[in-house]
Design a protein around this ligand. Structure first.
Ligand code: GDP
Ligand code: IMO
Ligand code: MG
Length: 440
């Protein structure tokens, strides 16, 4: 049975949690493949509002096996807190398996993340401050501690002693902060180990065996394509690979086993933290989007920067991820705007760029080229078929589809599971998409 990937196409917070939860009903397994608790995925179902950070967004379904994949970085304290929160709404002992290869976020990662941001001052990345970057740095430097180290505290202690020796020098000598105490950290993580040890397992085998036996597996991305370490707006990115390619490495699933790649596309654009954002509306338009769309960070509470839909970015995402379909989210938030703009290119130095420019100076300093579309004035949040949407909303959806070159199979008109419209993808578009993917 082939696997499905859900991937963010913009700068995160596209509504991946909502769509994952919605699709989870027909899945047997949901796997998070990268990132850590920097992610904040909101799921609203059966009267519950859940803000998930580490746990996959299929957790509400008892029939689902939830997997934390090897590409993730895990703060065990944050994970236990999340499990406790789930327990409060009756989800006790969820069927959750954590990869033994996933890396641990250690207390010094958080300290170093925050201290480095402070030092950068105006040039800061605007990270979540949760230690994500330093944890991935240690992974790449091969000095990280992993979930499996929690199963042997003797090894854990040895590895930690080596790491801490160096980290404490940086913490004290570069940043002038207090050093961490080895015994205190060991004691803290010993407690986490006793709570989590039974959940640590061989997730690569588990996922592949599930696929072999015909089970439906969904790989749930965090962050978004423009935050990708290789292909995003570097250095204003996260430290992992949220794109579809990252789904394979972060879960241990071969690209040959992927059939559907669903791009989650917010009907406008948002971004949290620093970095270029050509269509940003730092004015009453952006303010309106933020207010109506509730655009405040799920993890940090920071106001999200808001702007018009950028088709150049989504076209770039379609190419990088090989999207087979698109789910448009938050279409309801645009109701009431008289005119709606779509960015179809960037103007810079007398030239027009219709593709993502290869040099970031262009992206930083370009002026968006906009198309203007008619808005719609009625509430669409209770509409459940595409045909009942106002004609202007239909035209907007179809224009996104045309510009991205990928069929729109889902339209979300509200945060609740039930506020989702599905539509059969027109056959000619599927053909065009398949042709696009097979052409050089
Ligand atoms: P994620 O990180 O991609 O999972 O997205 P977040 O959960 O951080 O942010 C999306 C926000 O939009 C959440 O508060 C969702 O409840 C909400 N949301 C998702 N889909 C829709 C939608 O179609 N309409 C509206 N109004 N809100 C939505
Ligand atoms: P979800 O999964 C939006 C952003 C941070 C910052 C940059 C680097 O909910 O879509 P990091 O802490 O990862 O080193 O911060 O990435 N960022 C996100 N923005 N949604 C997210 O996750 C994000 N996770 C990280 O704001 O700009
Ligand atoms: Mg989010």
């Amino acid at each position: 049975m082939p696997a499905t990937i859900i991937v963010g196409t913009q700068w995160g917070d596209e509504g991946k949690g909502k769509v994952t939860d919605w699709l989870a009903n027909e899945m047997n397994m949901v796997v998070r493949y990268q990132g850590g608790h920097n992610a904040g995925h909101t799921v609203i179902a059966d009267g519950h509002l859940l803000k998930l950070h580490l746990v996959p967004s299929g957790i509400l379904f008892p029939h689902i096996t939830s997997v934390i994949g090897s590409g993730m970085v895990i703060d065990p304290k944050a994970l236990i807190k999340e499990l406790d929160e789930l327990g409060k709404i009756g989800i006790n002992n969820p069927n959750l398996v954590i990869s033994s290869n996933a890396h641990l976020i250690m207390p010094y990662h958080k300290i170093l993340d925050q201290a480095s941001e402070l030092k950068l001052g105006k040039s800061k990345i605007g990270t979540t401050g949760l230690g994500i970057g330093p944890a991935y740095t240690d992974k790449a430097s091969r000095v990280g501690l992993r979930m499996q180290d929690l199963l042997d505290m003797k090894i854990f202690r040895e590895k930690l002693a080596t790491a801490l020796d160096f980290k404490n020098q940086v913490i004290t000598k570069i940043y002038g902060l207090e050093p961490l105490d080895l015994e205190e950290v060991v004691e803290e993580y010993q407690e986490y180990a006793s709570r989590l040890k039974d959940m640590i397992g061989n997730t690569v085998l588990l996922i592949n065996q599930a696929l072999d036996s015909g089970k439906n597996v969904l790989l749930e991305g965090a962050q978004g394509t423009m935050l990708d370490i290789d292909h995003g707006t570097y250095p204003f990115v996260t430290s992992s690979s949220p794109i579809a390619g990252g789904a394979c490495s972060g879960s241990g699933v071969s690209p040959m086993r992927i059939k559907r790649i669903i791009g989650i596309v917010k009907a406008y654009t948002t971004r949290v933290g620093s970095g270029p954002f050509p269509t940003e509306q730092d004015n009453e338009i952006g303010e309106e989007m933020r207010k109506v769309g509730g655009e405040f960070g799920t993890t940090t509470g920071r106001p999200r920067r808001c702007g018009w839909f950028d088709a150049v970015i989504v076209k770039y995402s379609a190419m990088l991820n090989g999207l087979t379909e698109i789910a448009i989210t938050k279409l309801d938030v645009l109701s009431g705007f008289e005119k709606i703009k779509i960015c179809v290119g960037y103007k810079y130095g007398g030239e027009i760029y219709n593709h993502m420019p290869f040099h970031q100076t262009i992206f930083h300093n370009c002026t968006p080229v906009y198309e203007e579309m008619e808005g719609w004035q009625s509430d669409i949040s209770r509409i459940n078929t595409y045909e009942k949407l106002p004609k202007a909303a239909q035209a907007y959806v179809n224009r996104i589809q045309e510009l991205a070159g990928v069929p729109v199979s889902m339209i979300s008109v509200g945060p609740d599971r039930v506020q989702t419209i599905t539509r059969k993808v027109p056959e000619n578009l599927v053909r065009r998409e398949l042709q696009r993917q097979s052409s050089p």
